[in-house]
Design a protein around this ligand. Structure first.
Ligand code: ADP
Length: 431
C-alpha cells in the first residue's frame, strides 16, 4: 500500500472515530433528556393522583356531614384542614413510590402571590421549592387558585444519571476498545512499514557491499589471467594479496550476516572454555592497531580487571570487542581516539570501549541494538556497515549472562559497556 493511500485511510479512520464519539455524546445527551422528561411526567402524574385522592377524601367528609344533617356547620376555610399535611405526606410517598421514585424529595404548598409556604416549612429548600419544575395548582381542592403544590428532588440529576450509568459505561468501554484496536493496528502497520524499509535498505546495502570486493577480485584476477601482459613477480604478489584480502572481507561480511540469522533463529551453539578477558581485549586491540595508526588515531588499553578469567566462547567475545572497536573507528570522522578499559568486581568483569566520535542521539540509542538498524541521518550513510554488529554483540553478551549498555552524547562520543558475570563452572551454563 502506498504511503498516500495509507495516510488517507488513517485520516478516514480518525474522522470516523471522531464522528462516532460525537454521535455517542449526542445519544447520551438525548437519553439523559428523555429520562428527565420521563421523570417529570411520572412526578406530574403522581402529583395529580395525590390531589385527586385529597378531593375524594374531602368529598367523603362532605357527604358524611350531609348524612349527619349538618350541611353548613363544618365549612372549612383553612388549607391545612382541607389538605392535611400528614395525609399529603403519606399520599406523596406512596404515589411517588408507585412511580418507582423512592429517592428523597421535599414538598410544599405555597401561595404564588406572596411566595409564602402554607404547608411544609423547609427553610433551606425555600428557593429550590419555589423554582422547582414540578408544580401543580391545587385550585381543584382549595381556592383561591394561587396555591401550588411544589416538589423538589435534591438528587434528581444523580438519579437520572444512575439509571443511565451502566449504558454510558458500556458505550465508553466499547469506544475505548475500538480506539485502542485502531491505534494498535496503525502502530503495527507503521512498524511493519519501517521494518520492510529497514530490510530493503539492508538488502541494497548488502548487495552494494558484496559487489565491491567481487568487482575488485574480478579486476585483479583478470589482470593475472591476461596472457599478453607479462607481470613482474611483485605485481603478481600484489594482485594475489588483493584477491586474498578482498576474499577475507567477503568471508567476514557473509559470516556477519549468517551469525545474525543464526542468533535470530536461536540456533547458535557456544564453545565454552575458560578465557582471560584481559588477554582477549589486548589481542583485539592489536588487530586494529595498524588501521588506527594509518588514520593517525590512538587506542589506549587501560587494563584494571584483577580476576579476568571467565567461562565463555572466546571467538564470539572477541568478535564483540572487535565490533565495538571497529564502530569506534568507523564513527570517529577525524582521528579516532579510543580507550578500552577493563575492571572487575565481586560479580564480574566490565569492559568499556569509549570513543570521541559522532555520538548517538537519545532517540537512536533506543534502536541501535535492533537487527539491521542503522542511524539514517547525517554522514552515517557514508560509513559502510549492515547494522547487525551491535545486535550481534548484545545478543552474544546476553547469552553469556551479561549485558551491554551505552552512554553517548551526540558530538561528544560514545562509551559501550560490556558486563560479563563470573560463572563458577562450565556446568552453570544453561543453554
Ligand atoms: P553498522 O556499524 O554496521 O551500521 P552496528 O550494529 O555496528 O551496525 O551499529 C548500528 C548503528 O549504531 C550504526 O549504524 C551507527 O549509526 C551506530 N553506532 C554504532 N557504534 C557507534 C559509535 N561508536 N559511535 C556512533 N554511532 C555508532
Amino acid at each position: 500500500m502506498s504511503l498516500r493511500r495509507f495516510n488517507i485511510l488513517i485520516v478516514i479512520a480518525l474522522l470516523s472515530m471522531i464522528g462516532l464519539v460525537l454521535m455517542q455524546v449526542f445519544w447520551v445527551q438525548n437519553a439523559i433528556r428523555f429520562k428527565e422528561e420521563q421523570f417529570s411526567k411520572s412526578v406530574s402524574i403522581a402529583m395529580k393522583t395525590v390531589l385527586n385522592r385529597i378531593i375524594e377524601t374531602n368529598n367523603n367528609i362532605a357527604l358524611e356531614s350531609i348524612s349527619r344533617r349538618q350541611p353548613c356547620g363544618l365549612e372549612k376555610t383553612n388549607i391545612n384542614s382541607i389538605i392535611p399535611p400528614r395525609l399529603l405526606d403519606s399520599l406523596l410517598k406512596s404515589e411517588l413510590g408507585c412511580m418507582s421514585i423512592s429517592k428523597g424529595f421535599e414538598y410544599a404548598i405555597y401561595n404564588r402571590v406572596n411566595n409564602k409556604m402554607a404547608i411544609g416549612n423547609v427553610e433551606n429548600m425555600h428557593a429550590s421549592l419555589l423554582e422547582s419544575e414540578h408544580q401543580q395548582s391545587v385550585e381543584a381542592v382549595f381556592r383561591p387558585g394561587s396555591y401550588y403544590l411544589t416538589l423538589y428532588f435534591p438528587q434528581q440529576t444523580s438519579v437520572v444519571l444512575k439509571q443511565l450509568l451502566g449504558w454510558m459505561f458500556l458505550s465508553a468501554l466499547f469506544l475505548v476498545a475500538v480506539m485502542m484496536s485502531l491505534w494498535l493496528t496503525i502502530r503495527t502497520v507503521l512498524r511493519q512499514k519501517k521494518l520492510s524499509q529497514i530490510k530493503t535498505d539492508f538488502i541494497n546495502n548488502m548487495t552494494h557491499e558484496l559487489k565491491t570486493p567481487l568487482a575488485t577480485i574480478a579486476i585483479a584476477s583478470e589482470m593475472l589471467l591476461k596472457q599478453d601482459i607479462s607481470l613482474s613477480p611483485d605485481k603478481i604478489k600484489k594482485y594475489i594479496s588483493i584477491i586474498y584480502s578482498e576474499n577475507q572481507r567477503l568471508q567476514s561480511q557473509v559470516e556477519q550476516v549468517l551469525q545474525s540469522a543464526i542468533i535470530d533463529n536461536g540456533e547458535l551453539k557456544l564453545v565454552i572454555k575458560e578465557v582471560d578477558i584481559n588477554d582477549l581485549v589486548l589481542q583485539t586491540i592489536e588487530t586494529f592497531s595498524i588501521q588506527i595508526k594509518a588514520l593517525s588515531g590512538s587506542i589506549i588499553a587501560d587494563i584494571k580487571a584483577e580476576n579476568a578469567n571467565i567461562w565463555a566462547d572466546s571467538l564470539h567475545i572477541t568478535n564483540v570487542f572487535g565490533n565495538l572497536i571497529d564502530n569506534a573507528i568507523k564513527y570517529s570522522p577525524v582521528r579516532p581516539e579510543i580507550t578500552v578499559s577493563t575492571k572487575s568486581d565481586a560479580k564480574g568483569i566490565t569492559v568499556l570501549v569509549s570513543d570521541k566520535g559522532i555520538g548517538i542521539s537519545k532517540h537512536n540509542q533506543k534502536h541501535i541494538f535492533n537487527n539491521m538498524y542503522r542511524v539514517s541521518t547525517g554522514n552515517v550513510h557514508d560509513v559502510k556497515g549492515f547494522g547487525i554488529g551491535l545486535f550481534y554483540a548484545k545478543k552474544m553478551i546476553e547469552k553469556h549472562g551479561g549485558h551491554l549498555s551505552l552512554y553517548s552524547e551526540p558530538g561528544k562520543g560514545s562509551t559501550f559497556v560490556v558486563f560479563l558475570p563470573y560463572l563458577k563452572h562450565k556446568n552453570e551454563w544453561n543453554e
